[in-house]
Structure formats: structure tokens, C-alpha cells
Design a protein around this ligand. Structure first.
Ligand SMILES: Nc1ncnc2c1ncn2[C@@H]1O[C@H](COP(=O)(O)OP(=O)(O)OP(=O)(O)O)[C@@H](O)[C@H]1O
Length: 261
């Protein structure tokens, strides 16, 4: 019997409630180190809430989260030094240029200035932002914002990278660039955890998948085990219980025989 790889992230009985809404309901999850992990689930499943709690941005009501064995909420400084985060709806310092943003992030993390400059140059070049390094972040497009956010998350070479929908609103060329950077990062034995709605992308990139529904994990494991002999798309629809008849009651929609009503 082979021993399983150590956990990069271990979540035990995690709960989060917003008023009447239970967003995360007793979630338990183990994400192996050195894996490329896809977190999938329908809208409102609790992915962003979970990632926010795992990365120390949102305090859980209950439960425990360990990143490489360190408790996120008991020892946040140590954990935050080891992780990189690209949150959803990333808020950035809009009046800094892309390069200044990276320099600021690097200095905040205590890195020497010369090393920050060297890495910032390389990241800007690899992410096709070299020509936009002096442009204000406020003037960046959606895809450029994702890329500079990714650069900021990678700058200190974290052990684990958390990305909330990194490909949302990104064109195919930029998506390819981001994919290349993430693959290169994962090949070094680091761990990537990203949420996405694009099953094809998760299938292409990930070797491990966790499927969430209604605040809980309904499947987790190696990609091949979770999808079985189906596509991930099909497995996902079956796991979260797709409703084929959802639109049937919209009998007023379409067909205007006697003119529009
Ligand atoms: N700050 C908040 N206040 C109130 N309810 C919230 C808040 N944040 C999340 N929720 C609710 O918690 C549930 C889970 O939301 P969450 O954003 O975590 O889901 P998600 O899986 O990331 O969804 P999506 O795929 O649409 O981004 C939803 O019902 C949402 O309305």
C-alpha cells in the first residue's frame, strides 16, 4: 500500500453562516501537497466563502484549517508567508502602476528590493505585461488585472497558491499564458488550488478535484476517480443534481404569433 502524499490543506468541519444563509455547512476536505487541484461547484455552493476562510480573509464560525500543518487562524502570519492568493473581485491599489504594485507587495513581504525588482521584471515579461508595467492598475483591463494579481500572488514564491476563478473574463491568449505559468509552478512540486466553472479547463489542468454543493463537499479525489468513465462535466451534473425541467414553466417566453405581448 502506498502512503498518501502529505496534505497541503486540511479542513475539518468548517462552518460559515451569513444571517439565515448557511454558506459552508460542515465542510471537511484534504488537499494533497504537490497537486494541481480544481474546486468546482454551482453558483452559491460556497467556494469563495471556503477559499476566503482558508486564506485567512474570513473568520469561520466553526472548524479548523491547516496549511502544511499550521493552523490558519491560530498562526496567520506563518501561514500567510507560505501562501499566495488571487481572491475573487480582487481589490488593488488602483493608483499604483503594475510594477509599483509588485514592488509594494514584495517589500510588504520583507523581500530585498533588488530581488523584488528582478522577479517583478520576469513576471511582467512572462505574463505579457512588460509594456504595461508603468500603466496605472486603474487602467488595466479585466485580463490584465487577473495577470497582475497572479504576479503579486507568485512574487514571494509561495508553497500553496489559491486562485478564485483566475480565468474568468480572460481572453484565450491570456488564459494560455496563465495556464503556462501555473503549470510551470505546479511542476516544481508546489500546490495550486483554483476554483472554476470551466470543467474542460479543470480536466486539462488538474490531477485532483473537489466538488462542492450547498456548502459541503460531495466528491473529492484524483480527477480520474471523481469523473469515472464520464467527462467531468457529466460527473459534475450528476453529483450536484441538475434539473432538466427548470425552464419548463416559462411558457410565456418566446413565440409571438399574434405580435409581441
Ligand atoms: N457576505 C455575504 N453575505 C451574505 N451572504 C453571503 C455572503 N457571502 C456569500 N454569501 C452567500 O453564501 C452562499 C455561498 O456563496 P459563495 O460566494 O461562497 O458561493 P460560490 O460557490 O463561490 O458561488 P459562485 O460560483 O457564484 O461564485 C451564497 O448563498 C451567497 O449568497
Amino acid at each position: 500500500m502506498t502512503t498518501p502524499p502529505p496534505a497541503a490543506v486540511e479542513i475539518q468541519d468548517l462552518w460559515k453562516r451569513f444571517g439565515q444563509q448557511i454558506a459552508v455547512a460542515g465542510l471537511t476536505l484534504r488537499l494533497p501537497s504537490g497537486s494541481f487541484i480544481g474546486l468546482v461547484g454551482p453558483n452559491g455552493a460556497g467556494k469563495t466563502t471556503t477559499l476566503s476562510m482558508v486564506t485567512g480573509l474570513l473568520r469561520p464560525d466553526h472548524g479548523r484549517i491547516l496549511v502544511h500543518g499550521t493552523d490558519v487562524w491560530q498562526d496567520p502570519v506563518e501561514v500567510k508567508a507560505r501562501i499566495g492568493v488571487l481572491p475573487e473581485g480582487l481589490r488593488m491599489f488602483e493608483r499604483l502602476s503594475g510594477r509599483e504594485l509588485l514592488q509594494y507587495n514584495g517589500r510588504l513581504r520583507g523581500m530585498p528590493g533588488a530581488e523584488v525588482d528582478r522577479r517583478a521584471d520576469e513576471l511582467l515579461r512572462v505574463l505579457d505585461l512588460a509594456g504595461a508595467g508603468a500603466k496605472l492598475v486603474a487602467d488595466y483591463s479585466t485580463g490584465m488585472r487577473k495577470k497582475i494579481g497572479l504576479a503579486a500572488a507568485l512574487l514571494h514564491n509561495p508553497d500553496v497558491l489559491f486562485l478564485d476563478e483566475p480565468f474568468e473574463g480572460v481572453d484565450p491568449v491570456s488564459a494560455q499564458t496563465i495556464r503556462g505559468v501555473l503549470k510551470r509552478y505546479a511542476e516544481t512540486g508546489s500546490t495550486v488550488v483554483f476554483s472554476s466553472h470551466v470543467m474542460e479547463l479543470v480536466e486539462q489542468l488538474c490531477d485532483w478535484v473537489a466538488v462542492m454543493n450547498a456548502g459541503q463537499v460531495v466528491a473529492q479525489g484524483p480527477l480520474d476517480t471523481v469523473r469515472g468513465d464520464r467527462s467531468l462535466h457529466q460527473a459534475f451534473l450528476e453529483l450536484v443534481g441538475v434539473r432538466d425541467d427548470a425552464a419548463a414553466s416559462l411558457d410565456w417566453l418566446g413565440a409571438h404569433p399574434g405580435g409581441a405581448q
